[in-house]
Write a protein that binds this ligand. Structure first.
Ligand code: SAT
Ligand code: MN
Length: 586
């Protein structure tokens, strides 16, 4: 129940349409969570994991047809199709409402409708935003409670007169033919039907904190980005904050929790966020970032004491696992976890695992865990002001073309660098894995409006902030001729972060190339790392012929955006082409 008339009216309307047996307003309390968990254990939605090794941990197995985001049925429904842009699937709002409301009609009969008030961002922050998700999935309630600040305090924030985003969600029948994720940015409304999975169902995350928030950010003069936020502390105790954008399943969680290599005594990385950043111009001319989330919804496969020790210490208690495998003694298991592969595993579908049954964990298997459990979690993550950002880092998964690290020449070049991000696709979304696609600012699936307008908005920060961050591009995924990764990655990415912080402080050296500033091999601190000089040269190589082709490809991609494309981006293509010089067609 609520004293907010707009919220009360909307809940009444939704209940009249979906016809639930009961309505439950979530208070976010421990008791409520226990009651829901017991009910989910009783009906098989959750399985309890080994209480001795994994206290208060649960396994959820999705319907096998419902294990990732579904971009082809995720739509931005604006009055004017051009406002959504060619980067989004679009449907006219009236048609989308008709379609969704037909699906919702009576869909909660026999079910409980949960009302989840939530806050994205720290309490008392002027940058935090509220939402209310209505759902018929207790699994969504349990996950939202970890990922956002839900319940009584969030409701009080709304009842104090703050605006809120409405999100209506039903798992429906989990029928892929009846599955849609619709966004109505002009109505601050989300309608999701037919999926119980992650970004399709936890509406505070990608739907609100990125798609709707990016739309709001544009009109209000800030940025909602698919970025981790971390603090890099040097041996003198100075902390430099950076925000970094990578496509889903490219190691954002690992980078956010990085443990520096042994040779880097006195260096430490603090985790502020692992997926989303809201960036606001501060009075000091810098960009300040908050993490709107309160938990991590990370990819389990590949996570181990070697790749992410902080994450392994975060997991293992009070964690919801989704689509991981199960050992005979009730522990979660996934490909890449520490230790030998045990016998008698059940796979993510609960079937006995054999050589023929495929992977044990689904490649997009996830964990949901409170950020506060992370040993490297920064106290600043709850600071209402956020943290000041000195560098923005873009990256993609590219086996060729992009070198280990590049620094943009100025803001406009930085925006171009972000707009030109390309990456090989991963299991985080349904579709073919390993295809190179343009993923500007890692926002291809998440920008709630026309990319051309989005880039213009990014460019406008030149006028909004006197002290903008430096912009970098990194690539941890470059491969040699035999298809092997050349850079060790993980903790050793610290070596690149160190150069970046030193560039921000005006200390480190760099050489100039048409596509940006780069360290020479001697400028990187590689103490304690065995890497052949051949590999290092290859990691830092810029091949003019390859980059000339890359410019053709970027130009072709930009052409999709027609006259809305900011001229400053086309000028970057022209400048780089001119500086590379004429190239033989390869
Ligand atoms: O979209 S999810 O929240 O399921 C995870 C991701 O793709 O980053
Ligand atoms: Mn993400």
């Amino acid at each position: 129940m609520t004293t907010n008339p707009a919220l009360a009216r909307w809940i009444e309307e939704v209940a009249a349409l979906t016809k639930p047996d009961q309505i439950h307003w979530c208070d976010g309390s421990e008791e409520e969570n226990e009651r829901l968990t017991d009910a989910m254990l009783a009906d098989g939605t959750l399985l309890r994991l080994n209480e001795d090794t994994h206290p208060n941990c649960y396994l959820h197995r999705s319907n096998p047809n419902d294990v990732a985001r579904v971009e082809h049925v995720t739509m931005v429904c604006t009055q004017n199709q051009d406002d959504a842009g060619t980067n989004n699937h679009w449907m006219a709002p009236a048609d989308a409402h008709r379609k969704m409301d037909a699906l919702y009609d009576g869909c909660m009969r026999g079910r409980t409708m949960y009302v989840i008030p939530y806050l994205m961002g720290p309490y008392e922050s002027p940058y935090s935003r509220a939402g209310v998700e209505v759902t018929d999935s207790p699994y969504v309630v349990a996950n939202m409670r970890v990922m956002a600040r839900t319940g009584t305090r969030a409701l009080a924030h709304i009842e104090a007169g703050n605006s809120f985003i409405k999100g209506l969600h039903s798992i429906g029948e989990l029928d892929p033919e009846r599955r849609f994720i619709m966004h109505f940015p002009e109505e601050l409304l989300i309608k999701s039907y037919g999926s119980g999975y992650g970004g399709n169902a936890l509406l505070g995350k990608k739907c609100h904190a990125l798609r709707i928030a990016s739309w709001q950010a544009r009109s209000e003069g800030w940025l909602a980005e698919h970025m981790l936020i971390l603090g890099i502390e040097n041996p003198a105790g100075e902390v430099t904050y950076v925000a970094a954008a990578f496509p889903s399943a490219c190691g954002k969680t690992n980078l956010a929790m990085l443990v520096p290599p042994q040779a880097y005594a006195g260096w430490k990385v603090w985790t502020v966020g692992d997926d989303i950043a809201w960036l606001h111009p501060g009075e000091d001319g810098r960009l300040w970032a908050i993490n709107p989330e309160a938990g991590f919804f990370g990819v389990a496969p590949g996570t181990s004491m070697k790749t992410n020790p902080n994450c392994m210490q975060t997991l293992g208690r009070n964690t919801i696992y989704t689509n991981v495998g199960l050992t005979a003694d009730g522990q979660p298991w996934w490909e890449g976890i520490d230790g030998d592969k045990p016998a008698n595993l059940l796979d993510w579908q609960g079937r006995p695992h054999t050589a023929e049954t495929g992977p044990v964990a689904h490649p997009n298997a996830r964990f949901t865990v409170a950020a506060a459990q992370c040993p490297s979690y920064s106290a600043k993550a709850n600071d209402p002001r956020g943290v000041p950002i000195s560098a923005i880092i873009f990256g993609g998964r590219r086996s060729s073309v992009a070198p280990l690290v590049l620094e943009s020449l100025d803001w406009a070049h930085g925006v171009f660098t972000g707009a030109a991000v390309a990456s090989e696709t991963t299991a985080a979304a349904v579709g073919q894995v390993g295809q190179v696609r343009r993923d500007p600012m890692a926002m291809k699936p998440f920008c709630g409006y026309n990319f051309a307008d989005y880039w213009a908005h990014w460019l406008s920060f030149e006028e909004r902030c006197a002290n903008l961050p430096k912009v970098f591009h990194v690539n941890w995924f470059r491969k040699d001729a035999d298809g092997r990764f050349m850079w060790p990655g993980y903790g050793d990415n610290m070596r690149v972060l160190k150069w970046i912080t030193e560039r921000c402080a005006g200390a480190a050296k760099a050489v100039s190339t048409p596509v940006g500033m780069m360290p020479s091999p001697a400028d990187l601190d590689l103490t304690g790392l065995t890497l052949s000089s051949q590999s290092l040269d290859a990691l830092l190589a810029i091949d003019p012929a390859v980059w000339a082709r890359e410019m053709d490809d970027i130009e072709g991609f930009f052409a999709d955006f027609g006259p809305r494309l900011p001229p400053a981006l086309r000028q970057q293509v022209e400048r780089i082409r001119e500086q590379i010089g004429p190239q033989q067609a390869a």
